[in-house]
Write a protein that binds this ligand. Structure first.
Ligand SMILES: NC(=O)c1ccc[n+]([C@@H]2O[C@H](COP(=O)([O-])OP(=O)(O)OC[C@H]3O[C@@H](n4cnc5c(N)ncnc54)[C@H](OP(=O)(O)O)[C@@H]3O)[C@@H](O)[C@H]2O)c1
Length: 121
């Protein structure tokens, strides 16, 4: 079976520094896609980028730090991404969590503080 090419495709993988998201990002980059991975930790992001660059073109992957449980960071990230990329072909909306105890994120404007479970999905 031949591996389908993703050459020229613009992909975004949230939670791309570990686990399922990392493997998805690596395989997209390996197939020629331009992949942006998002996570909260710069060190984990740099390590993931290095691992992906070992199997793909060096320009095929970039890391952007953002806490996607925080609406202000989601909006800042999305605006910067839209400015840099002409389009988005694939969104792997992978970062997320289900937490046993209710916790909330920061408020957006004067609205309520969302549950962190809701905010990360
Ligand atoms: N593994 C399973 O068996 C399983 C089963 C069912 C569903 N899932 C779901 O599949 C997804 C991935 O699971 P996984 O096991 O691969 O997870 P994982 O290994 O824990 O990786 C989670 C990824 O998400 C990032 N992340 C977590 N919180 C974030 C936040 N607030 N903002 C931005 N990035 C964040 C982490 O990076 P940083 O920590 O650096 O931010 C990491 O890159 C999750 O949504 C999980 O609930 C997994």
């Amino acid at each position: 079976m031949t591996t389908p090419t993703m050459k020229g495709k613009v992909c975004l993988v949230t939670g791309g520094t570990a686990g399922i998201g990392f493997v998805a990002a690596r395989e997209l980059a390996r197939r020629g896609a331009q992949v942006t991975i998002v996570g909260r930790d710069q060190g984990r992001g740099a390590a993931a980028v290095n691992l992906i660059r070992a199997v793909a073109d060096s320009g095929a992957v970039e890391f952007v730090a953002a806490d996607l449980a925080e609406q202000t960071q989601v909006r800042t990230f999305a605006a910067a991404f839209a400015e840099r990329r002409p389009r988005l072909d694939v969104l792997v909306d992978n970062a997320g969590g289900l937490f046993g105890r209710r916790r909330t994120t920061s408020r957006v404007s004067n609205g309520p503080s969302p549950s962190i479970t809701w905010a990360t999905f």
